[in-house]
Write a protein that binds this ligand. Structure first.
Ligand code: CO6
Length: 435
C-alpha cells in the first residue's frame, strides 16, 4: 500500500512542538487534497492543517490534546485507497517517529541554556522561557513534577511551582545579605490575588487557551517594564478630507478599501526611522536597536480575543502596500487564518481603539517591544484657528494619540517628541498625493 505520513508541521522558527486541539477526520475517512485534517495550537498561534494529498486515513497516532514534537508522524494516509492496515506503513511511520523524536529532542537539548545542559528531561520552549524569566535554577526545574505525557513539565506545572515558591519565599527568613541587596533593588514578587467568592447565580467561565496567554502576557509586561503614557491631540482634517475624497477611487483602482490605519502606520514607520531607540528591545543591561521596522497591528477577533499580526518593513511600503498588508492580516486574524510568520518579529505596535469609539487609553506594551501607540476616534470638534485676519472658531477633525513607553530606556522627552512627531506627520499629510 502506498502511503503518506502526516507529520507535526514546524509552525515557526522557534516552535518545536504543538498540541493537537482537534481532529477533523477519523480513521477510515476519505480525504481530498486541502481538506482540513486537524487543528494545532502552539504558544504563539492556532492553525488548521490541510491534507497535502488525496487518500484514506488509515491511522491516527495521537489523540486530541496530545503535545507532539515537530516532525513526529501524526497520521498515515493510504494513497491508493486501501483501508486495510499495512504493517510496512505503520512500521515506517513508527521508525520515522522515533528518529524524528530523537532529532527534535537533540535540538531542544542544544537550545537549553548552558546552565541547564545537565538536564536529561525535555522542556518546551515556553517552560524554558518562563524558567529563565523567573530565575528558576536547573535544580528547581528538575524537582518540578510534570503532569504532561511521560512526566513532562507543562506550563501550568511551572506556574503552580512559582506560585508556591513565591509564598514559601515570603514566609522563609531571608539571609542577611539578601535583605541588603533587596533593599537596593527590590525584587518583584507576585502578589496573591484577592480571594474570589462565587455566589448563587454567578456564572463561572473557563478561559480559553488564547485568553490565558493574553492574560499572562499582560501581567508579564506590566512586571517587566515600567510603563508611562503620554497623550497628544492631532488635527487630522486634511487627511480625513483626502481619504474621504479618494476612498472609492482607491478601492476601484487597487481592489482594497483604505481606512485611516494604513495612514497611521505610515506615519509611525516614518517616525520610528527617525527615533530608532523607540524601535528597540531591552535585554538585561543591553538595548537591542532593531534594524527592521515591523509594525504590529492589534486586531480584535470576533471571539473577543486579541491578536497582533505584523506588517514587516513598514517603512519600505507605500500606502497601497500598507493597505493591502493591513486588510489581508486583519481578515486572516478575524478568520483564524494567520500564518505563524504573520505574528512574529514585531518591533512596535499600534492599537486602534478608535474603531470602537474610544478617545484616549493607556495601552500595555507588547513585550519585548518598548512602546505602543493607541489611536483614538477621529471626531469633528470646534477649534480655534489663527488666521491672518485674526482667530476664528472652525469645525475640525481631531483625534488623540496615546503612547505607552518603557521608562527604563525612554524618558518623557524622547517619548513625547516621538509622539508629537507622529501627530505632526499626520497633520501635514500631503493632500496632493495620487493614489
Ligand atoms: N477614527 C475614526 N474612524 C475610524 C477609526 C478612528 N480611529 N478607526 C476606524 N475607523 C473607521 C474606519 O475608517 C472605517 O470607516 P469607513 O472606512 O468609513 O467604512 C470603520 O471605522 C471601520 O474600520 P475598521 O475597524 O474595520 O478598520 P481599520 O482599518 O480602521 O482598523 C483594525 C483595522 C484591525 C485595527 C480594527 O478593525 C480593530 O480590530 N480595532 C480594534 C483593535 C483593538 O481591539 N485594540 C485593543 C484595544 S484595548 O488598547 C487597548 C488601551 C486598551 C484599552
Amino acid at each position: 500500500m502506498a502511503s503518506f505520513n502526516i507529520v507535526m508541521p514546524k509552525l515557526g522558527e522557534s516552535i518545536q512542538e504543538g498540541t493537537i486541539t482537534k481532529w477533523f477526520v477519523k480513521e477510515g475517512d476519505t480525504v481530498e487534497e486541502d481538506d482540513m485534517l486537524f487543528e494545532v495550537a502552539t504558544d504563539k498561534v492556532d492553525s488548521e492543517i490541510p491534507s497535502p494529498v488525496d487518500g484514506v486515513i488509515t491511522k491516527i497516532l495521537f489523540p486530541e490534546d496530545s503535545l507532539v514534537a515537530v516532525g513526529e508522524v501524526l497520521a498515515v494516509i493510504s494513497l491508493d485507497g486501501e483501508v486495510e492496515e499495512s504493517a510496512d506503513a505503520v512500521e515506517t511511520a513508527a521508525a520515522e517517529t522515533t528518529e524524528t523524536k530523537s532529532e527534535t529532542e537533540t535540538t531542544a537539548e542544544s537550545n537549553v541554556d548552558d546552565s541547564r545542559k545537565l538536564s536529561n528531561r525535555f522542556y518546551s520552549p515556553l517552560v524554558k522561557t518562563i524558567a529563565k524569566e523567573e530565575n528558576v535554577s536547573l535544580e528547581e526545574l528538575e524537582s518540578i513534577e510534570g503532569s504532561g505525557a511521560g512526566g513532562r513539565v507543562q506550563k501550568k506545572d511551572i506556574l503552580d511551582y512559582l506560585e508556591n515558591r513565591g509564598s514559601a519565599k515570603a514566609t522563609a527568613p531571608a539571609p542577611e545579605k539578601k535583605v541588603a541587596a533587596a533593599s537596593a533593588t527590590p525584587a518583584v514578587e507576585r502578589k496573591a490575588p484577592a480571594p474570589v467568592t462565587v455566589g448563587e447565580g454567578d456564572t463561572v467561565v473557563e478561559m480559553d487557551r488564547i485568553r490565558k496567554l493574553i492574560a499572562d502576557h499582560m501581567v508579564m509586561s506590566k512586571q517587566v517594564s515600567p510603563h508611562v503614557t503620554s497623550v497628544v491631540e492631532a488635527d487630522v482634517t486634511e487627511l480625513v478630507l483626502w481619504r474621504n475624497k479618494n476612498k472609492n477611487a482607491f478601492q476601484e483602482k487597487h481592489g482594497d478599501k483604505i481606512t485611516f490605519m494604513p495612514i497611521f502606520t505610515e506615519a509611525v514607520a516614518t517616525a520610528l526611522s527617525e527615533f530608532p531607540l523607540v524601535n528597540s528591545s531591552v535585554d538585561g543591561d543591553k538595548i537591542i536597536m532593531k534594524r527592521d521596522i515591523n509594525v504590529g497591528i492589534a486586531v480584535a477577533k470576533p471571539d473577543g480575543n486579541l491578536i497582533v499580526p505584523v506588517i514587516r518593513n513598514a517603512e519600505q511600503k507605500n500606502l497601497v502596500g500598507l493597505t493591502k498588508d493591513l486588510n489581508r492580516l486583519a481578515n486572516a486574524a478575524r478568520t483564524n487564518k494567520l500564518d505563524p510568520s504573520d505574528i512574529q518579529g514585531g518591533t512596535f505596535t499600534i492599537t486602534n481603539f478608535g474603531s470602537f469609539g474610544n478617545i484616549i487609553g493607556t495601552p500595555i506594551i507588547n513585550q519585548p517591544q518598548v512602546a505602543i501607540l493607541a489611536t483614538g476616534i477621529i471626531e469633528k470638534k470646534p477649534a480655534v484657528l489663527e488666521t491672518p485676519s485674526g482667530d476664528v472658531i472652525a469645525i475640525r477633525h481631531k483625534m488623540y494619540l496615546s503612547l505607552s513607553y518603557d521608562h527604563r530606556i525612554i524618558d518623557g522627552a524622547l517619548g513625547g517628541a516621538f509622539l508629537r512627531r507622529i501627530a505632526d506627520i499626520l497633520e501635514n499629510f500631503d493632500t496632493n498625493r495620487t493614489i
